[in-house]
Structures are given as structure tokens and as C-alpha cells.
Design a protein around this ligand. Structure first.
Ligand SMILES: Nc1ncnc2c1ncn2[C@@H]1O[C@H](COP(=O)(O)OP(=O)(O)OP(=O)(O)O)[C@@H](O)[C@H]1O
Length: 720
């Protein structure tokens, strides 16, 4: 250690000791204060503050901070060291901040400052604050012990840009089975997204490994801090593609000290809103169909069920149906409960179309029926003779029941179902509307509906009808919605979610290059942008990829270039690792080579390894073969809810969103991965899951998507 580093280390040791002592002291005092359970409101408020204090200090006690920025605000005599941590800590004696919460406005300097001698600035509640940065320092503290001090910027030194060494140190670490927070190394381009204003529909195109998921979770923590008077955690939601992915990301929010944010798949949430009136058709079968090999796959065009039912054109179609239906959704005849009493249809229409027009359809019907009943009661009140009254009351109830048969109640599903069939259609829905739906979609839909089953693409239409019939209760509204892997969402899904979201406050993120569910997703972000007003939409791009080594990213980029026109290519951070391995063998050599590869990777430093098959069937076979060979692995299928880490065996389409120290892509042959858009995207997704090691195996002719001329590739011939 040179003298300068040594003195920096000593200075930080001293500072840490002071901070630790102060935190210990405050926490000990708060813990020894008895919890107040009484009725006094002032005491209750004080108890809430004490509980917050206990929570924050407990969070801060092991690692009070991770960064320091020396900032001299304009007009101040000297630079002030600001220590940034996961939660703020105040010095009780003088009220000064010992540690600043990473979400506080001034902390943004720590992330946005990228070097140079010019003034730096940040937005504070009092306006723009300007000044000079003298030092940016990363600190690693574990269990109150200082482990590392890395200066990434020093105004007095030659190199005036912020260095990447701390980031590289972090990226070089191995991963376990959970995604982690990145508060200490958030990059400037990520920070801009995290701190973007709340009432915006943010759309983020980010390459594989650019930190989209991580950034979205940090953004939620930021919104909860910055807008604490306006948003509540339980009114925020993150939609992720499947339950296993939710499990994988579930650690980040608690690490950031925010809990209670809803995490769900679109399917689970939708079924809940629909009160489980329908169930899902077997999604594993649907995936098997769309991810079967080459020629067996159905064509992906605008008549693919997901694209058709997910389109805004289909929403317009439903609108048309609902409007026509609504216009005639009242009986046509007067209501006569007994001879001599008559409620003219004109009154019923007036109640329905004028007086209650602001209510959703089902509510309107309910209110009008209640009004008819009140009218009947008033008529009965005019009758004095008790026995006659009793008789008429009974008769009128029966009459009303009969009358209402011409005014049937509908649920979202009963209404939706009849749109696909000639049978049971309300007269108001002309049959020519049906001609707008492709025949193949009608047949497949009716087959499902018979079993009260639906596909993912039916959920948005059902929700839309549901909201038109029942409205949206205020406790169902979200303060903010995050949609991860949004390229797989349809415009209709997002439009429906918008009606459930206050102020269109969205973080929508994804990567078009990873759009492997093209049969239901979008091909251009404009499809979502057009759903929101222009001034309430913001678009960001993340190009740098943090997950994989340079070698892996460059390799993955070539795969993409071979199958996709004008692809969005990732720019790697300068983290070099081992070359990509291409293992060439024959079918007989496939398993022994796989076992050897796993053993080698395990001997190295890989703690999470993925053995990636092309289809779910292949994954199952590989899992069985490895188990027989005594190698313990976790099979991941589309029904999986928990990600366990270790060695996973899974089909390539389920690797999406996950990451592993090492990835072993099986069967990368011409038969399994053709030069098609879909296969290139699939292989790209598989390659970009690897952090440190990417190995491909080809038992047969290598896929044309892979180039072994590339000098970064090692080829291994089949063992003799
Ligand atoms: N600023 C950062 N500092 C340290 N690590 C980072 C940073 N940004 C991203 N990472 C790491 O990069 C990896 C990829 O992040 P994440 O999964 O959020 O990316 P993504 O864009 O959602 O990826 P994909 O679309 O490929 O699934 C994670 O291990 C994450 O911790």
C-alpha cells in the first residue's frame, strides 16, 4: 500500500469507528425504550418514529455506507465529505447527517458525476445546487469492518475521469441464486432512469445484462422515498414473466429496505381480478408449440392468436361490440307486475341511459332493478287489503323474474364467449362482427372456452370487458406499475394496465433483441408509446451490458447479427475473461463431454451453472441422464416457482431474465438453431445469461449462427 492509500485507509477507519459508535449508541437507546401500545396519539406518532429509527439503524449497522463524495457547494469555504449509505443516519448531538440515504437528492451526485474539472450539480427541493467534486471513493464495509477503499476520482490526480475498477471488482464476483442490489455502483445512465419523475410512462430499451430489472427495483425504492406522501408500497406492483423469476428477484427490495411491494405475473393478477371465473389452459403446452423446432412452429404473423387478440384493433372490435350491446341492453316492453299496474319502458330507459349513465353496465342494471323494486313497493303500498297485497306481492316478484330473463346478467367471460359464436349472441351484436375474427382463432378459442379455459392473450380482453361491466374499485388502482420483459406484453395488456394505474405512472422495460415471444409481444416500442400522451412518455436506451465478459458479449452480438437485421448490439464494459468454448462432438460423445465440462467448470470458480437444452423435452432427458450419472442438478420447467441455484437444467426459453456464472448451451447444431430471427434471438438470450463462462456443444454440424473463425473461440474435438 502506498502512503496515500495508507493514509486514506486510516482516515476511513477513524470515520467508520465514529459512525459505528454513534449507530450502536442510538440503536441501544431505541431498543431499550419500551414499545408504546397506548391510546395517546402523540405517543403513537413518537413510537412510529422510534420504530422507523430501529428499522433504519438495524439496516445500517453492518454496512453503514458504501461511498464518499467530497463536494464543495458554491459559496462554501471547503469541500464537505458526504457518506452515502442504504439509509440515512443523523448525528443526534448536532443534527448533521453522518450518512446520507442513497435516494436523497444530494446523493445523486455520487452517481451522476463522471469526472472532469467542471462544476457538478444536482436538483434539490430548493433548486439547482452547483459546486465542485474533489473526491469520489468507494468503500466496502462488512459487519462494521472496513475491507476496501477505492478512489475512483481524485481532483488532484492526472486521471480526471471516474474509473471503473470498483465496478469491475463487483462484476467479477460470483452469483448465487438471487439478484442483488447495486446501490454502490449504480451507473449514471441507470441513475437517470431510477430518478425519473413519477407521473411518466418510462419506456426502457436495454440490451441483455444492462441492469433493467435491477434498475426497475431501485426505481421503486426511489419512488417510495421521494414521493412518500403520494405513493404506498402496497399500491405498487412489479409484473415479471413467471413465478420463478419473481423468486429470483425477491431479495432486492428487502435489501433496499422496502417491502410490501406487490410482485406478480400478469396472469395471476388478471385471474384474481376476474375472480377466478376462468382457468388457464396448460401453458407448458403453449410454450412447447411455439418453441418447437423449426418447421413445426406455427407462423408468427398478425393472425397468431397472441398478436391478434393483443392488438389495439381487437380492443376497438370489443369496444364496438360493447357499445352496440350497451345501446340495447334494456328490455323492450313495459313492465306490468299485475293487471292495472304498468311501469312504462320509457321510464326504465330513462333510469338506465340518463340517470345512471355514469355507472358501469352491471352496476347500472343493478340500480335500475332496485328502482323497479322500489316502484313495485310503492304500488303495493297503495293497496290496503292485506290478503290482496300479499297475493300481488308474490305475483309481482314472479313477474319481475320473468321480465328480467329478457335482461340477462353478464360476466366478462359469458360476454366474451358469445363474441366467438353464433349461438347465444345478443341480438344487438350483428353476426358480421364475427367475420372479423380469423376462423382458426374462433375454433381454438371455443375449444378452450368449453372447458372454461383461456390463453394468456384472452386475459387483456377479459379484463377490459370486466372493467366496462363492473368498473374499477379504487382499492384496485396502482400508484406505480413496473413491467419487466415488456417486449413480450401486448399493447392491449398495457392499455388495460393503464386503466388500473394512476397518472400513467409506469416503468416499462425490455429488450427487443430478446423478443422470443414474438407471437404475442411487440416489435417496436412505438406500439406502447402510442398508448400514452407524448408529454407523459419518456424513452431511454441502455447500451452497456454489465453481466457478461467482453468475450461473451462479442460472441453473442455475432449470433444476433447473423439472424437479425439491424440488431441492437450490447456494448460490454471492459471486463475480460476466458474465451468462449465451442465443443464439437458426435451424439455418442455428447454426454461424456457434458460431464467433463461440468466437472471442469465446477473445479473452476463457477458456483451457478446452467445446462441449457433447446426444448423442454431435451431438458428432461438431460436431467435424467445427469441424475443417472450421479450429478445432482435442478430441473427447471415452466411450472417451476423457485430458483435454487447450483446446477440447473432448463430449456433455453426459460433462461430469460436469469444469469449464471457458467452457461453450457447444448445441441447448438444446424438442426436446432437455424438462421431465423427466432432462433437467433433464442441463442442470443442463452449466450447472454453467462457471467464468466460460455460453453457451447455441437454434436453434429454447428449452427450457422455461430462462427468458429472468430479468434475468441476455442474448439474441442470429440474425445477419441
Ligand atoms: N451498475 C451496476 N453495478 C453492478 N452490477 C450491475 C450494474 N448494473 C447491472 N449489474 C449487474 O448486471 C447483471 C444484469 O442485471 P439485470 O438482470 O438487472 O439486467 P437486465 O437488463 O434485466 O438483463 P436481461 O435483459 O439480460 O435479463 C446483474 O448481475 C446485475 O447485478
Amino acid at each position: 500500500m502506498d502512503t496515500k492509500t495508507q493514509s486514506a485507509y486510516q482516515e476511513e477507519l477513524q470515520r467508520l469507528e465514529q459512525t459505528n459508535t454513534e449507530i450502536d449508541k442510538q440503536l441501544a437507546r431505541l431498543r431499550s425504550t419500551p414499545v408504546y401500545y397506548g391510546p395517546d396519539l402523540t405517543e403513537q406518532a413518537l413510537e412510529v418514529a422510534r420504530e422507523n429509527g430501529r428499522h433504519n439503524l438495524t439496516k445500517a449497522i453492518d454496512e453503514p455506507y458504501f461511498g464518499r463524495l467530497d463536494f464543495q457547494e458554491n459559496g462554501m469555504a471547503e469541500a464537505n465529505p458526504l457518506y452515502i449509505g442504504k439509509s440515512g443516519v443523523e448525528d443526534e448531538r448536532n443534527g448533521q447527517l453522518l450518512v446520507i440515504d442513497w435516494r436523497a437528492p444530494v446523493a445523486s451526485l455520487f452517481y451522476s458525476f463522471t469526472g472532469g474539472l467542471d462544476a457538478a450539480s444536482y436538483d434539490s427541493p430548493d433548486g439547482l445546487i452547483e459546486g465542485l467534486v474533489y473526491l469520489k471513493r468507494n468503500l466496502v464495509v462488512r459487519k462494521q469492518i472496513l475491507q476496501r477503499v477505492v478512489d475512483t476520482y481524485d481532483r488532484t490526480e492526472d486521471s480526471l475521469s471516474v474509473g471503473d475498477e470498483f465496478l469491475l471488482y463487483r462484476l467479477g464476483e460470483n452469483k448465487d441464486n438471487k439478484l442483488r442490489d447495486i446501490v454502490s455502483t449504480i451507473q449514471a445512465e441507470q441513475d437517470r432512469i431510477i430518478r425519473a419523475a413519477k407521473n411518466t410512462a418510462l419506456i426502457i430499451q436495454g440490451v441483455a445484462g444492462s441492469g433493467k430489472t435491477t434498475v426497475a427495483l431501485h426505481r421503486l425504492a426511489f419512488l417510495l422515498y421521494q414521493y412518500r406522501e403520494q405513493v404506498r408500497a402496497e399500491r405498487m406492483i412489479i409484473f415479471a414473466p413467471n413465478s420463478m423469476f419473481l423468486d429470483y428477484i425477491s431479495g432486492v427490495l428487502p435489501e433496499l429496505g422496502v417491502g410490501n411491494i406487490q410482485q406478480s405475473t400478469f396472469t395471476d393478477w388478471a385471474l384474481d381480478v376476474l375472480d377466478h371465473e376462468v382457468t388457464m389452459a396448460d401453458q407448458a403446452l403453449t410454450l412447447q408449440t411455439w418453441f418447437s423446432l423449426g418447421s413445426k412452429r406455427p407462423p408468427v404473423d398478425d393472425h397468431a392468436p397472441g398478436r391478434f387478440k393483443g392488438s389495439m384493433a381487437f380492443k376497438i372490435y370489443l369496444d364496438d361490440c360493447l357499445t352496440k350491446f350497451e345501446a340495447s341492453y334494456v328490455p323492450t316492453a313495459d313492465f306490468s307486475p299485475w293487471d292495472g299496474a304498468k311501469l312504462p319502458i320509457a321510464s326504465i330507459r330513462e333510469w338506465f341511459f340518463v340517470e345512471n349513465k355514469h355507472y358501469p353496465l352491471v352496476k347500472r342494471r343493478e340500480r335500475v332493478v332496485a328502482r323497479i323494486k322500489r316502484w313495485m313497493d310503492m304500488q303495493l303500498d297503495k293497496i290496503w287489503e292485506q290478503s290482496k297485497k300479499k297475493e300481488l306481492k308474490k305475483k309481482s316478484s314472479q313477474k319481475l323474474r320473468t321480465y328480467l330473463t329478457s335482461w340477462p346478467e353478464h360476466s366478462a367471460f359469458t360476454f366474451y364467449k358469445v363474441l366467438f359464436s353464433d349461438k347465444g349472441r345478443p341480438d344487438s351484436l350483428p353476426a358480421d362482427l364475427l367475420a372479423q375474427i380469423p376462423a382458426s382463432i374462433i375454433t381454438a378459442s371455443l375449444k378452450n372456452f368449453k372447458k372454461k379455459e383461456v390463453q394468456l392473450e384472452d386475459l387483456a380482453p377479459l379484463l377490459y370487458i370486466h372493467t366496462r361491466l363492473y368498473g374499477i374499485p379504487s382499492d384496485r388502482l396502482f400508484d406505480h406499475v413496473v413491467i419487466d420483459e415488456a417486449q413480450d406484453f401486448s399493447p392491449f395488456q398495457v392499455a388495460v394496465l393503464d386503466s388500473y394505474t394512476r397518472n400513467s405512472s409506469f416503468t416499462i422495460l425490455g429488450d427487443l433483441s430478446q423478443g422470443i415471444h414474438a407471437y404475442q409481444g411487440i416489435s417496436d416500442w412505438k406500439e406502447f408509446a402510442s398508448l400514452f400522451s407524448e408529454d407523459a412518455t419518456a424513452y431511454f436506451e441502455l447500451e452497456r451490458s454489465y453481466r457478461s465478459t467482453m468475450e461473451i458479449i462479442q460472441f453473442a452480438n455475432t449470433v444476433l447479427q447473423r439472424g437479425v437485421e439491424n440488431p441492437l448490439l450490447a456494448v460490454p464494459v471492459f471486463r475480460s475473461g476466458n474465451k468462449v468454448h465451442v465443443l464439437q462432438t458426435d451424439l455418442k460423445g455428447r454426454l461424456p463431454l457434458l460431464q467433463r465440462a461440468i466437472a471442469t467448470l465446477k473445479q473452476g470458480s463457477s458456483s451457478t451453472i446452467a445446462v441449457v437444452a433447446r426444448t423442454e423435452k431435451h431438458a428432461l432427458e438431460l436431467h435424467e441422464a445427469l441424475t443417472e450419472a450421479g450429478i445432482e442438478t435442478n430441473l427447471i420447467t415452466s411450472k417451476q416457482r423457485v430458483y435454487r441455484g447450483g446446477i440447473s437444467v432448463l430449456p433455453i426459453y426459460l433462461t430469460k431474465g436469469l444469469e449464471f456464472d457458467a452457461v453450457l448451451l447444448m445441441d447448438v447444431t444446424a438442426g436446432h438453431y437455424e438462421t431465423t430471427l427466432m432462433d437467433a434471438k433464442l441463442l442470443y438470450v442463452g449466450c447472454t445469461r453467462a457471467l464468466h463462462e460460455l460453453w457451447l456443444m455441437a454434436p453434429g454440424e454447428l449452427s450457422p449462427l455461430v462462427s468458429i473463425e472468430d479468434q475468441e473461440i476455442v474448439t474441442t474435438q470429440a474425445p477419441a
